[in-house]
Design a protein around this ligand. Structure first.
Ligand code: FES
Length: 253
């Protein structure tokens, strides 16, 4: 393991009053988990293991709870990343609007793929699931700020501005040098030797993207179409009937 460049104990002591102020906003200490990890990410450039351990101690949680919560969100980076984290949406609306071409353009222009960082440590690239801005597809986030209506020309301008240090979004802090990839083990791989049963067949955030979001189709197939999920199907059908009745009543009125 490489030596970290940041003096974490000093950083933690400096941020402790802010952390306590965040905790005081909530009825339960554990509710402060995400904002505190985010605070450390702002100062370190990623959610370090030290930060997650500190958060666990402060909130009286196990490190596993903190890590599994943080691992759910693409808003957190669990390894050092580049100064600009480029997260391109590969969800359905963006795919329909040409996300595959946009992703191919980024990969070619930067010379890196999904979950990789350029040699100079300037760019990290990731293809993510729906960013909930489908009306502005194709879209992405740069250091968690939204950028919409992507075109090859817009990407050229964006990358040039980042290289020149004039881009509208500030670069991330880089407290530790990034490696070539920032993919991480899936939860369950370490402790159980594989994904949890409920996650089997659902796409992994570590998988290369470029094919649209298949997980929605998989879940639909699992819940609605398959014979081995009668309880789920019955519930769906029941709701459909209820919804239809409601609509009919409104029309009659
Ligand atoms: S599919 Fe891209 S924002 Fe929803």
């Amino acid at each position: 393991m490489t030596q970290r460049e940041v003096d974490f104990p000093a950083l933690a002591e400096r941020l402790r009053p802010q952390c306590e102020a965040i905790v005081a906003r909530y009825e339960e200490r554990r509710s402060a988990l995400l904002p505190i990890v985010h605070l450390f990410q702002e100062h370190e450039g990623y959610a370090s293991r030290d930060a997650m351990r500190f958060t666990a101690d402060l909130l009286g949680l196990s490190p596993a709870v903190v890590e599994s919560t943080v691992s759910f969100y693409t808003l957190f980076f669990r390894k050092p990343v580049g100064k600009y984290v480029l997260q391109v949406c590969r969800g359905l609306s963006c795919t329909i609007n040409g996300a595959e071409n946009i992703m191919a353009y980024f990969r070619e222009k930067l010379g890196i793929g999904h979950l990789q960082t350029t040699e100079d440590g300037l760019f990290s690239y990731e293809e993510v699931e729906c960013l909930a801005s489908c009306d502005r597809a194709t879209c992405m986030q740069v250091n968690l700020e939204f950028i919409y209506d992507l075109t090859p020309q817009a990407i050229d301008d964006m990358i040039a501005a980042m290289r020149a240090g004039t881009f509208s979004v500030a670069p991330m802090v880089q407290s530790d040098p990034p490696g070539k990839t920032w993919s991480v083990k899936q939860d369950g791989e370490v402790s159980r030797g594989g994904k949890a049963a409920g996650a089997l067949g659902v796409s992994s955030p570590n998988n290369p993207g470029g094919v649209g979001d298949s997980s929605g189709v998989i879940m639909l197939d699992r819940f609605v179409l398959r014979d081995d999920a009668p309880a789920m199907r019955a519930r769906s059908n029941e709701r459909l009937v209820q919804d239809a009745k409601l609509v009919a009543e409104v029309i009659e009125e």
